[in-house]
Design a protein. Structure first.
Length: 156
């Protein structure tokens, strides 16, 4: 999913899948952490907190893919399509897993920014989501999807 990794689009190795998932994790983590921090600080409901975090994870995830594609001269409309094709499944899996994990941790959504439970459950949820999403990305790459879509726009 990153535009600047030097792998062939058909390279469905574990290393490529890990790199693609780290890229996805970066966008998801920024959105997830920002969303949870904002929601907690604003006293939003659990559902609002999760919705805000998921929306921001997609926004940041897509943005991290689109920026290098746009720098390579791809028009905005096409860059949006590339980001959607490259990242939607990966971000969706990551968000399902990390939010499911946080929901399963008793008290995590009720904790405050000063609680170790807030930060610990959030970090651990992202680690678990990463581990689950790596094989998903590997399968996508092997089929010319996900991370491979970005490479098609960079002459890799």
């Amino acid at each position: 999913m990153t535009a600047h990794v030097g792998h062939d689009a058909r390279d469905a190795s574990w290393g490529t899948a890990v790199t693609a998932t780290l890229h996805c994790l970066t966008g998801c983590a920024i959105g997830e952490v920002l969303g949870m921090v904002l929601a907690t600080a604003l006293g939003l409901t659990d559902l609002s907190s999760i919705v805000l975090s998921v929306v921001l994870a997609f926004v940041f995830g897509y943005s991290l893919t689109m920026l290098p594609v746009l720098r390579d001269g791809v028009p905005l409309r096409r860059a949006v399509g590339v980001a959607l094709a490259a990242d939607t499944v990966s971000i969706a899996v990551m968000e399902l897993v990390d939010n499911g994990f946080v929901l399963a941790v008793p008290g995590a959504l009720d904790s405050t920014l000063a609680d170790a439970l807030f930060w610990g459950s959030l970090v651990l949820s992202l680690v678990v989501a990463f581990v689950v999403t790596v094989p998903v990305n590997r399968a996508l790459i092997a089929r010319g999807r996900g991370h491979a879509v970005v490479h098609a726009h960079h002459g890799h």
